[in-house]
Write a protein that binds this ligand. Structure first.
Ligand SMILES: *Cc1c(COP(=O)(O)O)cnc(C)c1O
Length: 298
């Protein structure tokens, strides 16, 4: 499987042109920035490994991507998490359902101590531990390939400098993208936690304070993965105008922040589509449940 050379689309919105790097189209099963972050493991032989270990949320895009990786590699996959609700386990939609179909072993950690539990975990030579969200140096390998594709596009189109916008969870993709593209300006927003949390994530990635950091356009308004009608209207409108389907967790916050900051960005803008569409069914169910009147009308 070769996960590269995703197309770049264009659309105009509110008088501004947006380029979109369509990493959602990399591969049906493994796409978005999760495919970039896992490319290292996909493209390198790791003969001693027979078990993949990771941890985090039970509806995360990374969970599904890791289960696809394990399937391709013929590895056992153990995932440490908090106990999901019974309805989440019984559901046939979304990332958790697809992950369970892939044969993932969920291991429940009680008492809100997942991070501590993992920090105490001893792995052996046959086990590969990938940290939550792929927050580790191996992720840089695939993100460098993404950067290379962006550079090639700029050379071909004669674009000297871009503003590149990408939503952040752990911030791993934004950080390595900025390291790989020093002459471009990477913008991001904190979809998970505060802007300060994002700075801490970057520090923990390589501890060097002098690095060229992405520019954070801060999000203080929206909580992670919380349905919000204002955000839904923004992303729904963009979906229609662009003819591109965006995800319902990261992209609504990211587009909202980006549109509110357009006057600060003079360079041509490229938005990185990070995939995540497999999570849309479960998010849509939550929207319908929380806002029945609104969705009855449209
Ligand atoms: C994981 C994810 C992100 C955030 O990626 P990080 O490297 O953790 O910052 C953004 N958008 C989508 C759709 C994702 O799945």
């Amino acid at each position: 499987m070769k996960l590269n050379n995703s197309p770049i689309d264009k659309f105009t919105y509110h008088g501004r042109e947006f380029l979109v790097k369509r990493d959602d189209l990399l591969d049906e099963k493994l796409n978005g920035n999760k495919a970039r972050k896992l490319a290292y493991y996909l493209e390198n032989d790791l003969p001693e490994i027979d078990t993949l270990i990771s941890y985090g949320g039970t509806q995360s895009n990374m969970l599904l991507a890791l289960s696809e990786l394990a399937k391709l590699k013929n590895w056992r996959f153990d995932y440490y998490c908090y106990t999901p609700s019974k309805s989440a386990i019984d559901s046939r939609d979304g990332n958790l359902a697809k992950t369970l179909e892939n044969g993932t072993n969920l291991i429940y950690v009680e008492n809100n101590n997942l991070d501590y539990y993992i920090s105490q975990l001893k792995t052996s030579n046959n086990q590969l531990l990938i940290h939550q969200g792929g927050r580790q140096i191996e992720s840089r390998y695939g993100i460098a390939k993404l950067a290379q594709e962006i550079n090639e596009y700029c050379t071909k189109q004669d674009i000297p400098q871009l503003a590149i916008f990408i939503p952040s969870g752990t911030g791993t993709t934004a950080y390595y993208l900025q390291q790989e593209l020093p002459k471009h300006k990477v913008y991001t927003t904190n979809c998970v936690g505060s802007a300060n949390y994002l700075l801490q994530q970057w520090q923990s990635l390589d501890g060097n304070h002098n690095k060229h950091l992405p520019t954070i356009l801060g999000n203080t308004q929206f909580r992670f993965a919380k349905p919000n009608l204002e955000l839904f209207k923004v992303i729904n409108d963009i979906n229609k105008v662009s003819n591109i389907l965006f995800d319902l967790v990261y992209d609504p916050v990211a587009w909202n922040v980006l549109l509110n900051n357009l006057d600060k960005i003079d360079l041509p803008i490229m938005y990185i589509h990070c995939g995540g569409l497999t999570g849309n069914t479960t998010m849509m169910n939550r929207y319908r449940y929380l806002f029945p009147e609104y969705f009855a009308k449209i």
